[in-house]
Unconditional design. Sequence first.
Length: 95
Amino acid sequence: MNINAMFAYNMHSQGGKELALALNIPRVKHNGSKFKPTPGKAMINWGESSDRFPAEYNACTVLNPPAAVDVSVDKMLAFQAFRNANVPIPPFTAS
């Protein structure tokens, strides 16, 4: 699979810059981007949640989909997802 672009939650993210450079892919601007999403393209979502990820980019294959980001940034949701997937985790409580 060829990765065509990256959408970063923060255009100033050093990790996002370094990954895009290492993969030799452009980072998509939040406003005024020339990137045209199509079903044949793939893009990396670098940490953007569902409520801010532009819907038009879902025309591409999105690696690290926004729904997965939503789970990963919420410790309780992440632990529940790990438990449901039979991933070993330490005991935890909701309080």
